[in-house]
Design a protein around this ligand. Structure first.
Ligand code: ZN
Length: 421
C-alpha cells in the first residue's frame, strides 16, 4: 500500500499559507481574493493529477475522484480554507490538505475504489466576515435562511449578495448548492482540536462523539440608580452586584455539570450609565451554555433561573430573561466512530473520545449524512491566532487515520488486491 508523503504535505501546507500571510497572522477571510486564490491553488493541484473540480452555487469547491462504479454515493472529506482576521496556519487548512494528499497518494499508487471520493472545500466556515458561520455546509444541506443571510454586511458594508457577485456567484441561486442524501455515503473531517485536551491527555487523535450546541439567554437586571454617597448600604438596589452574583452562580452551575462536558460563560456584561458616584441601576448579561447533553444543559439553566429568583428578592431588583438561541447538539455516527477507533488501535495511535465545544462544517453535514470529526492536538490549545500550532507528526498521523477511513468506506477494488498479491 502506498503511503502519505510527509515532505509533500509540509511543502503544500507552506504554499497555501503564503496566501493571505501578513505580519499579524493569516488574513484569508471568506469570499476575499485571498480565499479565492487558496481555493484556486487546491483546484489547480487536483487538476494537475487529472481530477475534475467545480465550484457550487455557494462557492464550495468540490473535487471528485471517480469510483469504479461512479453511480455509487461518494465518500466525502473536507474542511475550509477561510480564516479569521490574523488566523493560524492549521484551522481548516489541514483538513483540506488531507483530501489533496489522499488524492495524490491514490493517483500515484493507481489505487482504484468502488465509490467515488470527493474533497469539499467549504466556503465561509468562519463567522469573521459576516457574523455568520458555516455558510457553505449550511447551503449544501439546504439550511440557509435566504432573507436573513441576504441582509448581512461585512465591516465595509458589502452585503452577502454583493460579495457573491464579485466572486462570479449568484446568491439568488444558492439553493443549487443543495446535495441529495443519495449523493454522499459519509462525510469525514480532519481538524485541529483548538483546545488542549489531547495535549493534556497525551493523545494523538480525538474522536469527536458529539458537537456541543449553545443555549443562549440575555438577562436584563433592573435595580435603582442612586447616589453612591447618600444611599445607605441596606437601601440599595444595585443591578451590578445582582449581575455579579448571577455570574458566579453561572460558573458554579457549570462546574457541577463538568462531568457531562458542560460549560457556561457570561461573555457579555454591560453596566449601564455607570459613573464613579452612581449605584448602577441597570445591567445586561449574556449567557452561553454549551453541552452535547441537553438535560445537563437544562439543569444548568434551571439552577441559573432559581438564582434569579433568589437575587430578585435579596437585592430588590427585577430580572428579565430573553431567549436568544437554543440549538440541538449533534451526535456523530456511532459506526464511523467505531471504525476510527479500530484504525487507531491497528496503527498504535493513541486516541480518546471527546466532545467538540465549537461548531464545524461536519456538524451540519452530520444532519444529512453519517459524519465523523477527527481532531489532532493544538499546542497550548491556541487557535484563531498566529501562534496556532500543530506538530507535523500529528498532522501526518491524522491524515493517515483519515486515509484509512476513506478507503474503508470507498472500498478498494479487487484489482488492487490482485496487483499487490
Ligand atoms: Zn475550522
Amino acid at each position: 500500500m502506498v503511503i502519505l508523503n510527509r515532505a509533500r504535505i509540509v511543502k503544500t501546507l507552506d504554499k497555501v499559507n503564503q496566501i493571505g500571510l501578513t505580519e499579524s497572522g493569516i488574513n484569508r477571510l471568506a469570499y476575499t481574493v485571498e480565499d479565492k486564490e487558496a481555493k484556486y491553488f487546491i483546484r489547480e493541484q487536483c487538476e494537475l493529477i487529472g481530477l475534475q473540480a467545480k465550484e457550487d452555487a455557494a462557492g464550495n469547491l468540490i473535487v471528485r475522484r471517480p469510483g469504479l462504479n461512479d453511480s455509487l454515493p461518494a465518500v466525502a472529506v473536507g474542511s475550509h480554507l477561510d480564516t479569521v482576521y490574523g488566523g493560524g496556519k492549521y484551522d481548516g487548512t489541514i483538513g483540506v490538505l488531507a483530501g489533496l494528499e489522499i488524492f495524490r497518494m491514490l493517483e500515484e499508487g493507481e489505487i482504484k475504489t468502488l465509490h467515488p471520493i470527493e474533497l469539499i472545500v467549504f466556503a465561509c466556515e468562519e463567522s469573521s466576515r459576516f457574523n455568520f458561520s458555516t455558510l457553505g455546509s449550511k447551503a449544501i444541506i439546504g439550511a440557509i435562511d435566504k432573507d436573513y443571510v441576504k441582509q448581512l454586511k461585512d465591516k465595509n458594508n458589502y452585503t452577502v449578495p454583493e460579495v457573491f457577485e464579485k466572486q462570479s456567484l449568484n446568491f439568488d441561486h444558492i439553493e443549487h448548492a443543495v446535495r441529495k442524501e443519495s449523493e454522499l455515503k459519509v462525510f469525514l473531517e480532519l481538524h485541529i482540536e483548538q483546545g488542549s485536551q489531547l495535549v493534556t491527555y497525551k493523545k494523538t487523535i480525538g474522536i469527536v462523539t458529539g458537537i456541543a450546541a449553545p443555549l443562549r439567554v440575555a438577562l436584563t437586571i433592573v435595580g435603582k440608580r442612586a447616589h453612591s454617597g447618600t444611599t445607605s448600604m441596606e437601601n440599595r438596589q444595585d443591578a451590578f452586584l445582582a449581575a455579579a452574583e448571577i455570574a458566579l452562580k453561572v460558573e458554579d452551575a457549570a462546574i457541577e455539570e463538568a462531568k457531562f462536558g458542560t460549560v457556561a460563560t457570561v461573555g457579555v456584561v454591560d453596566v449601564l450609565s455607570s459613573a464613579m458616584n452612581v449605584i448602577p441601576g441597570k445591567a445586561n448579561l449574556k449567557i452561553d451554555i454549551r453541552s452535547t447533553d441537553v438535560s445537563s444543559r437544562n439543569r444548568v439553566l434551571e439552577k441559573i433561573k432559581a438564582e434569579l429568583k433568589r437575587v430578585e428578592k435579596s437585592r430588590k431588583v427585577k430580572v428579565g430573561i430573553e431567549w436568544m438561541t437554543e440549538e440541538e447538539p449533534v451526535h456523530m455516527d456511532q459506526k464511523v466512530i467505531k471504525e476510527i477507533s479500530s484504525i487507531c488501535e491497528k496503527n498504535n495511535i493513541p486516541y480518546m473520545f471527546m466532545a467538540s465545544g465549537a461548531g464545524h462544517d461536519a456538524m451540519y453535514m452530520a444532519k444529512r449524512w453519517p459524519a465523523a470529526l477527527i481532531f489532532v492536538p493544538s499546542v497550548n490549545g491556541i487557535s484563531h491566532h498566529p501562534d496556532e500550532f500543530t506538530e507535523i507528526d500529528d498532522i501526518v498521523n491524522g491524515m493517515k487515520v483519515l486515509k484509512e477511513l476513506v478507503l474503508s468506506y470507498a472500498i478498494l477494488a479487487d484489482e488492487n488486491v490482485r496487483r499487490e498479491a
